[in-house]
Design a protein around this ligand. Sequence first.
Ligand code: ARG
Length: 472
Amino acid sequence: MRAKTAAAVSRSGRFSHGPSTDVAQFTESISFDWRLWKHDIMGSIAHATMLREIGVLSKEETRDILKGLENIGTEIESGKFKWKPELEDVHMNIEAELTRRVPAGAKLHTARSRNDQVALDIRLWLRDEIVDLITELQNLQLALVRLGDRYAHVLIPGYTHLQRAQPVFFAHHLLAYVEMIERDLARFRDCFDRVNVCPLGSGALAGSTLPLDREWVATFLHFTDVNGKPRITQNSMDAVSDRDFMIEFCAHAALLAVHLSRLSEDVILWATTEFDFIHIADSFTTGSSLMPQKKNPDVAELTRGKSARVIGNLVSLLTLLKGLPMTYNRDLQEDKERLFDTSDTVRRCVRLTTGMFGQITLNEQSCSRAASDPSMLATDLADYLVRKGVPFRQAHHAIGGLVAHAEDSQKTLAQLSLAEFQRFDTHFDKDALKTFDLQEAMRRRTIAGSPGTKEVQKQLKKWKKTLAKYSL
Ligand code: ARG
């Protein structure tokens, strides 16, 4: 059976009949690239207006085309437009329908190929996605800073190897993620710069013999630098065949997904009965179909889980590109689902993580119980000896012995007597026991970037000021 392709503009003339149904289904992309419609129309409006500027279209033809595109846009928006799979993709669907309604539509594709058209559409689409994602990431930073600020006095254990290491303010832990997201933001802003270059005018691969005004189109579509100068791609073959701007976005998204996954892992641990540091709002958890007592942190788990597909999408795109000869090859049609999925996934994860953090409460008692484990101040005790002139390695050894002794005597370090301390190093004095004053221990940490009381306050203040302009 042959698919109905009589109207398929791309095949006209050269072909005696259309592809089989199987082939048509295999090659179509309308089922997913329809979502580029707004940007496709925007690109066509720019192209048509430029064709008028250079005298290819008459005033009336341009008016009819623009009106026709506008009507099609309205119909797509309201869900009335009928997409036809036999017309392959979003570009052909819109152009064919325009031409059916407006004879001048047949001139719209002058000096344009779907190859530069699709490259343009994706760049336009991705620009909008990056702008929205940046706002969403700033909101996530704000949610983290607000939670840290609300519990600014709360201490928890900091961990290495998932073993209790040294006490830190809960806010310090959250601010670590605010820093990671800040770098993610910088990467997306940087990537925007390379997405923001206009490829239209590159044609199929070799431009056109017609005198297109590429700068005019670029300016019209806001592909401009800070001085308002148009930014256009400089090599037609590169412009239609590379997708590095997209891979860059997916690489940054993969790294963001990894950050979100780590944050989720912390949330999952903190919400266990064993840790019991936080309470996740019911609306961000689910129950068990069997065990009535269960409250599972599914939003955090799925955010952790979804990082897998975002990483996978990056690998798929790199693999897709690596063997392609110049220039456009149909393989490239496989890029869009990976890109759409990446952006949809990370944006949803960011939004849900933000919502979840907006409603997390702390179990201050559990946090304080865990944070006041005196063994986490063993390093402070070594620093005490260092201040008395003991070489650090010797101090480390002495404290190690002291910790083993405390364990043998089933006491905490803070419960040992001065005499016991002095058995391990004669430099210990009465004031050594003051090392276990936790608040004092936190005040002692004054160096930049450390979880000291003043330092964390300073960081919180800085972030609150930086983020003050965004609101959830
Ligand atoms: N649907 C195609 C894609 O996504 C558009 C470009 C088609 N170009 C072509 N020469 N067949 O890549």
